[in-house]
Design a protein around this ligand. Sequence first.
Ligand code: PRX
Length: 654
Amino acid sequence: MQSTDLIKPIDAPTPTKPGPTPHVSAADYSSMYAASLNDPDAFWAEQGQRVDWMKPFTKVKNTSFEPDNIDIRWFEDGTLNVSANCIDRHLADRADQTAIIWEPDDPRTEDARHITYAQLHRSVSKMANVLRDLGVEKGDRVIIYLPMIPEAAYAMLACTRIGAIHSIVFAGFSPDALGARINGCDAKIVITADHAPRGGRETPLKSNTDTALLHCKDDVKCLVVKRTGGQTTWTDRDYDCNALMAEASADCPAVEMAAEDPLFILYTSGSTGQPKGVVHTTGGYLVYAAMTHEIVFDYHDGDIFWCTADVGWVTGHSYIVYGPLANGGTTIMFEGVPTYPDAGRFWDVCAKHKVNQFYTAPTAIRALMGAGNDWVEKHDLSDLRVLGSVGEPINPEAWNWYNEVVGKGKCPIVDTFWQTETGGHMLTPLPCTKLKPGAAQQPFFGVQPVVLEPTSGQIIDGNDVEGVLCIADSWPGQMRTVWGDHERFEKTYFSDYKGYYFSGDGCRRDADGDYWITGRVDDVINVSGHRMGTAEVESALVAHPKVAESAVVGYPHDVKGQGIYAYVTLMNGQEPSDELRKELEKWVRTEIGPIAKPDLIQWAPGLPKTRSGKIMRRILRKIAEDDFGALGDTSTLADPSVVDDLIENRMNRG
Ligand code: PRX
């Protein structure tokens, strides 16, 4: 990363077309931020009015980060329903306004669809009745394994309407990963589709689900949306979603939920073990998603908002569905990929729908930057007002291209740092902020970042300092627990640095007090903005009969941000070969999904271990980075000679 000194703050630019007065000015930010910390109860009591309550709350914040008593509650005695907030309350004023613009994978064969709030109400109510008829009750878990089609949003909102807890599994995950999540939360039903078109290819979701369900309880049902009409098998537990919705009543009252009732579970990778089910609850999450969506993107009535994420990730939950719809907005749901049918697809969609706020990941920006400026320049992007970035640090080169070529120097870029666990943005400039390319800059309201010395856990005060990023107090969008394992929640986030939420990221606070995320400090890697635990890839590799041992690390990758570098030790008698390398790549795709496929596999006759048998990952990271000049102390290794072999046969050269 570039030195801070080289980066001059850029004044918030003036938009091409006159826009509305921003919700928050630079002066407002300082006073509102101070108010949010000085009197959180008063601040959040006011913000809590963003949503409609069935029974108003009287308590605002009741949270503890105390060791052995991690307990987080917001608005705890209030009741509400998320689907009523995202749909019903808008019907009086905007029944005919578009809620969702759906943009298909292939624009040459299908048209975009505009779904109004009235239509959304009807479809969600019908799907909610279908789920109810299939036996889904308040508190039951529903797995959603769907392409980016309107039914994915209907399914989410239908669950919230009847108080069921949804858990979305990204359609790129394998049957094994899907099965583990169905079992992990003991789901009653899986909602899937026949096939998922993406980038001109089709993933057989229904057949993946059939395979996953072989390892699940017999009574798990499967509700199938016919997306392509392609061939699928059909068993006794399968139900045709389109047919059932056609028959179902469009009247389904929204149930009353307590603010702290779970809203959804989303599995995410950590540094150890298998993915954990992050639990978000109803009231605090919705208030936080709505507020961040409105303020960080300066969203105004009538704007067209596009977040290019998939609903399989938290970004899609908060900024495709819940935030925009709670605000009565118009949100785009995009089924495709940035480069299909060509590298102008994003800009074509922006121009076609006159997008005002565009939110994507640095990996997509880097890929499109590589495709050349012509793809951008032939489209009219003059409606864009705010650009957003999320998922990984954005390098200054990509930032500048995004700013100059896409935003024409007229659109502020909000570089939003947050996590599955945080529910919404944590550190981010606002459109009114003086920007620094590559910095997440400042905390959102109510967020209290602290920089700690990694080993001692002491707070590092002052500016121009670096350490690990922790948060000193709760915010409404914070996850509440790990599904079925509160101890794991406490251990993962609150045990290394007592009294603080530990993000897992390193950060720097520069001389001006602005924050820069420096990347994960644990064994989590970030591949194309997708979070992956190295332990997960390792356990997939060692499950292969020819593999004795494996260690996986990240290495810098020009487009993906980080690539997956796997060191593999084979069983005695097994010979390394290109075929075996391909076999292992395929194996990992099957065990986890294509996003976990190693980019580089190095055959390792031995791994560098201490005398007590601990793998020295620091050394493996350096070799993977092609930076073995600075290996540091290797004298504690049991067999230092393995390092020479690894260096000699390294896969990443330059
Ligand atoms: O390392 C940080 C990185 O992504 C991680 C969270 O991943 P996930 O839970 O999948 O959520 C991604 C989308 C919210 C963080 O721990 N990260 C996310 N946003 C940024 C970032 N790193 C730097 N800058 C960002 N803006």
